[in-house]
Design a protein around this ligand. Structure first.
Ligand code: SF4
Length: 387
């Protein structure tokens, strides 16, 4: 049975295609870390050093800690680290991380409120379906009243809300592990140190909530294990996806970029076809607009000439007036009236779009599903190429 982690389950929820590449096909990619991840890692290692040294009764000064941070950054930094937000330099990120460390130090010095039980802990939580859940806690502490603290450092630019903290799966699963390992635990408090804001967000779960969460995670793992279809799902995360060159949504783009310079490859089939389709669709829109305009002029011409047929060189246009039914804007009331008069069944049609979607999701009676069959088809939509 596989080992699961918060990030593994989250990836399945975010993009099943990427999940398959990473965890099932185990595709190896040359992962270039992002500057955000790099900075977060250096800050974590610096705070780990702070507490490691405290364990030996060595309290670093803020300056010593910042020197450690700076040297570690310089030692580990490489030029291939990805900076997606081009308006900021590596130095901007380095300074930002240094401020996190400095603010944290000033806020919590002399760091004696609780006793540290573990730093960057690595362990497994057993789940009932014999799978395991990976537990990695930045810092685990306790006080002398039986309170345990699961501490997580966050370097995000967005402050976690209380609702998000109360609904967070990662640390709550760690709380289950703490309760399992430390039988004297009277409470387990989950704390996110939002370093960019010098603030804490705290959450605590009841036994019942933890029990439900565990069952929910076990159900999710079962869904993952039974999953046979792994579609792509495009989102903002695609910008950071290290598998985008293997993803059907972006592989052609990566292919073009790989060959350095679009110009040379203008004749390449995919690019030409996409450009042609986009061009034709634009022209179609313009022609449709012109057709409407000419039709309106023709109607006006027919009215003024009091003629029903207007002759062109080879063709003629018949302009015929007819009565068109305009339905009330209050559709609900109109439908209700049709129902009351027993006419609804006769005039309502099947919404095949909605029905099709329910059949695909298997959210409808199986007799209906069995009467239909699936075949492959394609839909093309043209949109702006943002990246
Ligand atoms: S690029 Fe986007 S859709 Fe494609 S695998 Fe990555 S996250 Fe999924």
């Amino acid at each position: 049975m596989a080992t699961y982690s918060h990030s593994r389950i989250s990836l399945f929820e975010q993009c099943k295609y990427q999940y398959k590449l990473k965890y099932i096909d185990k595709v190896k990619v040359d992962i270039k870390t992002t500057i955000e991840a790099f900075c977060g890692d250096i800050v974590h290692q610096t705070l780990e050093k702070l507490y490691k040294d405290l364990n030996y009764h060595k309290l670093n000064t803020c300056e010593e800690l910042l020197n450690f941070y700076s040297s570690l950054w310089d030692e580990k930094y490489t030029d291939d680290i990805r900076i997606v937000k081009k308006e900021y330099s590596a130095q901007n990120y380095k300074d930002r991380g240094a401020k996190f460390v400095c603010d944290y130090y000033k806020h919590y010095k002399p760091f004696e409120e609780t006793r540290v039980l573990g730093l960057e802990t690595q362990d497994m939580l057993d789940l009932s379906n014999s799978s395991k859940y990976h537990v990695r806690i930045d810092r685990l502490c306790s006080d002398n009243k039986g309170n345990y603290y699961v501490c997580d450092y966050k370097t995000n630019s967005r402050l976690k809300t209380q609702e998000e903290a109360d609904g967070d799966r990662q640390l709550a699963m760690y709380a289950l592990w703490v309760k399992d390992r430390f039988k004297d635990a009277k409470s387990v408090k989950l704390i996110w140190y939002m370093l960019a804001f010098d603030r804490e967000v705290l959450s605590e779960r009841t036994e019942k909530e933890l029990d439900e969460l565990k069952k929910d995670v076990e159900r999710k793992i079962e869904t993952i294990e039974n999953c046979r279809n792994f579609p792509t799902s495009e989102s903002n995360l695609c910008t950071w996806c290290v598998y985008s060159h293997l993803c059907p949504l972006f592989s052609h783009k990566a292919d073009l970029e790989d060959k350095k310079g679009l110009k040379k490859y203008m004749a390449q089939d995919g690019l030409v076809l996409t450009d042609s389709l986009a061009d034709m669709l634009t022209q179609k829109k313009e022609i449709e607009r012109k057709i409407d305009e000419v039709k309106e002029n023709l109607i006006e011409f027919a009215k003024q000439s009091n003629a029903d047929v207007i002759y062109g060189t080879d063709k003629k246009a018949a302009v015929k007036e007819y009565e068109k039914v305009v339905y009330p804007s209050d559709k609900e009331k109109f439908i209700d009236t049709l129902k009351q008069k027993g006419l609804y069944e006769e005039f309502s049609g099947i919404n095949y779009l909605k029905l099709g979607s329910r059949i695909l999701k298997k959210e409808i009676d199986k007799d209906i599903i069995e009467m239909t069959k699936l075949e492959k088809n394609y839909r093309i939509s043209i949109s702006k190429n943002k990246n």
